[in-house]
Design a protein around this ligand. Structure first.
Ligand code: ADE
Length: 232
């Protein structure tokens, strides 16, 4: 864990991290700004990938091939799926998959990537344990869950789609990038964790709640990351 890549999809998810970096060198590759320097005393590169799985996959491969990071963290917000999870809570990726990968017409189960050995990617146990411990220390007012993160190129904002993601995949939260980072991490043999704060409930109320709660959700993830960094 001596060189950490942190990826957020949106500017507000990484802005506070970049502000807190020391001696960060900015390099633009594929239209993405990579900030390489020290964050809370650890060698780190922070980048905004842009939204969706394609942006995330390209970004992660650059971190693997050019920066040769030794751990990957995706931080950001997500829609809650698992009923007990509240807005503001945190989900850490026990594992993750692409909920919109659909080759069912070709005889595969939903979410299965044809001709790949694996379609479900597991978060690194040590990173998960440290993130959980850190979260419990610095965010005692919220709950932290370790569960499945389901990713797709869709903002989930209907009760029907939410029910499908819960029934089909047992998802804890839905977002639009994590599984893409995880797949590239797996292909390059890099340990990873996805850290997502819940900004909405991925149902008919999602777009309204998202705007109201995004900032609070990001505050929780930044606090968590800082405490986690003192442990890794
Ligand atoms: N990110 C935050 N909320 C989300 C949702 N409801 N669906 C997909 N991505 C999200």
């Amino acid at each position: 864990m001596d060189y950490i890549g942190i990826i957020g999809a949106m500017p507000e998810e990484v802005a506070q991290l970049i502000e807190q970096m020391e001696k960060a060198k900015k390099t633009t590759i594929a239209g993405m700004d990579f900030y390489d320097g020290k964050l809370w005393n650890k060698r780190t590169v922070v980048v905004k990938s842009g939204i969706g799985k394609v942006n995330m996959a390209a970004c992660t491969q650059i971190l693997a091939s050019i920066y040769k990071v030794t751990a990957l963290i995706n931080t950001g917000v997500a829609g809650g799926l698992y009923a007990p999870i509240n807005i503001g809570d945190i989900v850490l990726s026990d594992d993750t998959l692409q909920h919109d990968m659909d080759a069912t017409g070709f005889g595969y189960a939903p979410g299965v990537i044809p001709q790949m050995e694996q379609s479900i990617f597991h978060g690194d146990k040590d990173l998960i344990a440290k993130a959980k411990e850190a979260c419990e220390e610095v965010n005692p007012d919220i709950s932290v869950y370790v569960g499945r993160v389901v990713s797709g190129d869709q903002f989930i904002s209907s009760d029907e789609k939410k029910a499908f993601l819960v029934e089909q995949f047992d998802g804890y939260c839905a977002e639009m990038e994590g599984a893409a980072m995880a797949q590239i991490a797996y292909l390059n043999d890099i340990p990873f964790v996805i850290i997502r704060a819940i900004s909405d409930k991925a149902d008919h109320s999602a777009s309204m709640n998202y705007n109201d709660f995004e900032e609070q959700a990001i505050t929780h993830t930044i606090r968590l990351l800082k405490a986690m960094f003192s442990k890794i």
